[in-house]
Design a protein. Structure first.
Length: 480
C-alpha cells in the first residue's frame, strides 16, 4: 500500500501534516507528493490511486481498516479526467524534491534536446510553439528570447517572475512547491538559448514553502544545469514588484519603482544587461515544448492563444483549485461545470478574471472563450488566469471601490494619473456610495478612468479602470 499526501501549502494549511502523522503512527509509510490541485478535497489521501478527502486525522484508522468511503480513482475524477495537463503532468504523482521521480517522468529531456539541437533551434522551437507570456501581458516568449539572444553584451540574465501578486492565483506557487526541477530546467533552457549563465527566481516572502523548495531543488540540480547558475531572491511582497521593471529595481536592491520603457529589459534589464523576464508558468512550459516539439504544443489552443493554461479557480466557488486546459474553454464551463457554482449555493453574480486589474464579468458574458484576443475585445483580461467567483450578495459598488483603493495602496507613485488619480477615485466612489451627486460623480469617475487608462506609465494605473468601469457597466443598479 502506497499512501500519498501532498506537502503543498494548501494541503498543509488544511491539516495534511496531522493526517500524514496519523498514518505513520499506525505504521503506514507515507510519501509526500505534489498536489493534484483539487483544493476543496484537501487533505487528499491517495492510496494506490484511489482518493479519500477531505480527510482528518481521526478518520485515518477507518481508511486503513477499509471502512471509509472513497472518491474512487483520482485519475478518473471529472475535475482531473477533463484536463489537459502538460505543465502540471506530474501534479499529485511525484515527490517534489526527488530527482529519481523527475528523471522517471521526462525530467531533463527538454534541456538535453536543447543542448543537442543548439541555441537558435531552441529559440525557433519556442517561437513555433506560440507560447505567450503567462504573467499577464501575453507577449510571445520566443520573440523575447530572440531579442535577448541578438542583444550585445557578454553578461545576460534570466529572471523568473515568481511574485504572483494577483488575487486568486496560485499556479506559480504550485509549480515551485510541487515541481521545482521543471522550473529550473525551463530557466536553464532559456539561459542556454540566449547565452545567459545566471538566473534569478524572484519570489514573494509570503511563499515560504516555495522558497524552501526552490532553494533545495537548486542545490540538488546545480550539477545538471551547470554552467548555468540559479539563485532565489525574496521580495517583500509589493504588488507593483511583479511589474518587470519594478522587479528588476527590487532585485538590484533599489526601491521597487517602475522604470520607463524603452529601454526594454530584453536590451537593458538587470544591472543594465540584456535580460529575459518571464513568468514561472512561461518558463515551466518550456521543458515540455522542447521534449515534444513546438508544433505539438501549438496544436492545443484557440486562435493566437496556443497551448494550455493552468487556470486557478477561487473565491466563493464549490470546487476551487487548479485546472489546466487548452485555451478556448468558455468562462461558463469553468465557473459552472468545473467550478460547480458557488460554495454558498447562491447564484453566481459575477467573476473577476485576471487579478485585481481584471474586469468584473456577469453571467451574460460567460460565453467568452478563454483566449487573449476574445477577452481583450470584451474589455477584459486573461492575465495570469485567476478566476474569483462572487455570489449574489456581492455589492459591486464596494468592489469598484476596492479596485481603486487597491491601486491607491499599491501604486509605486512614479506617475501622477495613478498616484493621485487612484486616491481621488476612491473619494469619488465614496461620494457615489453615499448618494451624493451620483450622476455627476459617475461622469467624473469615467473621465478620471480615461485619464488613468491612457496616462499611466504601467498597467497598475492603466488597468485599474477596467474593474471599476466594468462594475458600473454591468451592475449599474449597485451605484444608483
Ligand atoms: C502591476 C503589475 C504587476 C504584475 N505582476 C506580475 C506577477 O506577479 N507575475 C508575473 O509573472 N508578471 C507580472 N506582471 C507582468 C510583468 O510585468 C511581465 O509582463 C511578465 O513578468 C513577463 O513575463 P511573461 O512574458 O512570461 O508573462 C505584472 C505587471 C504589472 C503591471
Ligand atoms: S501606473 Fe502607478 S504603479 Fe505604474 S508607474 Fe505609474 S504610479 Fe507607478
Amino acid at each position: 500500500m502506497t499512501v500519498r499526501i501532498s506537502d503543498d501549502a494548501v494541503a498543509i494549511a488544511c491539516g495534511a501534516d496531522a493526517v500524514a502523522a496519523a498514518f505513520m503512527a499506525a505504521g503506514v509509510a507515507v510519501e509526500r507528493v505534489s498536489s493534484w490541485g483539487m483544493q476543496w478535497l484537501e487533505p487528499l489521501v491517495d492510496i494506490d490511486g484511489v482518493g479519500f478527502g477531505p480527510v482528518s486525522a481521526d478518520q485515518v484508522a477507518d481508511i486503513i481498516n477499509g471502512k471509509a468511503s472513497s472518491l474512487g480513482r483520482i485519475a478518473d475524477h471529472p475535475f482531473i479526467a477533463t484536463q489537459t495537463r502538460l505543465t502540471f503532468a506530474r501534479a499529485g504523482k511525484t515527490r517534489p524534491l526527488s530527482l529519481d521521480d523527475y528523471y522517471a517522468t521526462e525530467g531533463w529531456l527538454g534541456l538535453a534536446k536543447a543542448r543537442e539541437m543548439g541555441a537558435q533551434a531552441t529559440i525557433d522551437t519556442v517561437i513555433a510553439s506560440g507560447l505567450r507570456g503567462r504573467g499577464g501581458a501575453g507577449f510571445p516568449a520566443g520573440i523575447k528570447w530572440q531579442t535577448v539572444a541578438r542583444a550585445n553584451g557578454n553578461q545576460k540574465y534570466i529572471v523568473c517572475n515568481a511574485d504572483e501578486g494577483d488575487s486568486a492565483t496560485f499556479a506559480d506557487r504550485m509549480v515551485m512547491e510541487g515541481d521545482p526541477f521543471m522550473l529550473i530546467e525551463g530557466m536553464a533552457i532559456a539561459g542556454f538559448a540566449v547565452g545567459a549563465n545566471k538566473g534569478y527566481v524572484y519570489i514573494r516572502s509570503e511563499y515560504p514553502h516555495a522558497i524552501a523548495k526552490m532553494e533545495a531543488a537548486i542545490k540538488l540540480s546545480a550539477h545538471l544545469v551547470a554552467p548555468f547558475v540559479v539563485e532565489v531572491r525574496v521580495g517583500a511582497g509589493a504588488y507593483v514588484c511583479g511589474e518587470e521593471t519594478s522587479l528588476l529595481n527590487s532585485l538590484e536592491g533599489k526601491r521597487g519603482e517602475v522604470r520607463a520603457k524603452p529601454p526594454l529589459p530584453a536590451l537593458e534589464g538587470l544591472f543594465g544587461k540584456p535580460t529575459i523576464v518571464n513568468n514561472v508558468l512561461t518558463l515551466a512550459a518550456v521543458p515540455w515544448i522542447l521534449t515534444h516539439g513546438g508544433d505539438a504544443y501549438a496544436a492545443y489552443g484557440a486562435g493566437r492563444s496556443k497551448g494550455t493554461m493552468p487556470i486557478q479557480i477561487a473565491g466563493n466557488v464549490k470546487h476551487g483549485g487548479l485546472y489546466e486546459v487548452a485555451f478556448g474553454i468558455t468562462l461558463g464551463e469553468l465557473v459552472n461545470d468545473i467550478g460547480g457554482g458557488t460554495a454558498s449555493g447562491r447564484p453566481v453574480r459575477c467573476v473577476q478574471v485576471g487579478g485585481p486589474l481584471g474586469a468584473y464579468l456577469p453571467p451574460a458574458q460567460f460565453h467568452l472563450p478563454l483566449d487573449y484576443e476574445a477577452f481583450a475585445a470584451a474589455d477584459a483580461l486573461v492575465g495570469h488566469a485567476g478566476i474569483t467567483v462572487f455570489d449574489d450578495t456581492v455589492d459591486m459598488a464596494q468592489m469598484a471601490r476596492f479596485a481603486m483603493e487597491f491601486c491607491a495602496i499599491e501604486s509605486c507613485g512614479k506617475c501622477t494619473p495613478c498616484r493621485l488619480g487612484s486616491t481621488r477615485g476612491v473619494e469619488t466612489i465614496d461620494q457615489i456610495i453615499a448618494g451624493k451627486n451620483v450622476e455627476a460623480n459617475l461622469a467624473l469617475l469615467a473621465d478620471l478612468s480615461e485619464t488613468m487608462k491612457f496616462g499611466s506609465l504601467c498597467a497598475l494605473g492603466g488597468f485599474t479602470p477596467y474593474p471599476v468601469m466594468s462594475a458600473i457597466k454591468h451592475f449599474p443598479e449597485d451605484f444608483r
